[in-house]
Design a protein. Structure first.
Length: 276
């Protein structure tokens, strides 16, 4: 993927901002791409579109927009069929966009057309969606989902045939998992809101070990976790309105937040675009 400027795009959910901000790969603020305060829309999920734009799913006022880095907003999907509790969004290897809507996962074409025949319903085999929060696409092209409800599970779906998604695995995880990252090293990294920790787990969510234990002065109510081009992790701490940087063993990099400014309030999602 090529990008005009390698960037970190951050979605802020604070009612006083509700915006998308751009940072460089060193965590330095560049600009606010777009504000959605007038629309009373909280950005909840960001997915790749092209070198100049991202696709963003919004809650409160439910819709999906294409947002260009020059600030232009363009409707991607806005019909009333998308009206539940909206959370994360991902572009899958099969070319479709997947977005959490309550206890279902809706599917959209690259043209913004809702694919009702491809919807992932609440129950598929042993996979049961219960307050899903985070999405990721792993090295197999599987859709990985974190559940905050029920038994706090990590689910994986085979979506290679979008019309017939199947449950690959459902693993009990605990501690209210939220953000999930399928890292290039083959592990899953999961942030949890039940105990404010960072875990490393096998690709299916099993064998989880704590790599960052509780320190509420640094990490509290984590939401999003992403991989920088050098393999290190950035994690959004929504309580502190910061982004922290860690290595894959859970060591904090630096003694101050990687990102902390007026545009990092109540971060709901992040996406990293470009870099080597």
């Amino acid at each position: 993927m090529k990008f005009s400027v390698p960037s970190i795009i951050v979605a802020t959910g604070d009612t006083n901002s509700q915006s998308l901000a751009r940072y460089d790969l060193e965590g330095k603020f560049v600009d606010v791409i777009a504000s959605y305060r007038n629309e009373n829309a909280t950005p909840r999920g960001i997915a790749y579109a092209d070198a100049e734009s991202v696709i963003v799913a919004f809650d409160t006022t439910d819709f999906i927009d294409r947002v260009y880095f020059n600030g232009t907003k363009e409707s991607f999907y806005g019909a009333n069929q998308f009206n539940g509790n909206i959370y994360d969004m991902e572009l899958a290897d099969n070319g479709y966009y997947y977005a959490i809507e309550s206890n279902n996962i809706e599917v959209f074409s690259s043209a913004g057309e809702l694919q009702t025949s491809m919807r992932i319903p609440t129950t598929v085999g042993s996979c049961v969606l219960s307050s899903p929060r985070g999405l990721a696409i792993d090295a197999n092209g599987y859709l990985v989902v974190t559940n905050q409800g029920g038994t706090d599970t990590i689910l994986r779906y085979n979506i290679s045939d979008p019309l017939n998604p199947s449950c690959v695995s459902s693993v009990a995880f605990g501690n209210n998992p939220y953000g999930v990252l399928a890292h290039s090293d083959g592990y899953l990294y999961v942030v949890t809101q039940g105990d404010d920790q960072i875990y490393r787990a096998n690709a299916d969510g099993s064998g989880a070990t704590v790599i960052w234990s509780v320190d509420l002065t640094i990490l509290r109510d984590p939401t999003a976790i992403k991989e920088l081009p050098d393999g290190t992790l950035i994690v959004a701490s929504s309580f502190h309105d910061t982004v922290e940087r860690f290595d894959t063993n859970g060591n904090r990099i630096g003694t101050t937040p990687f990102i902390r400014d007026q545009s990092s309030t109540n971060i709901t999602d992040m996406i990293i675009l470009g870099g080597q």
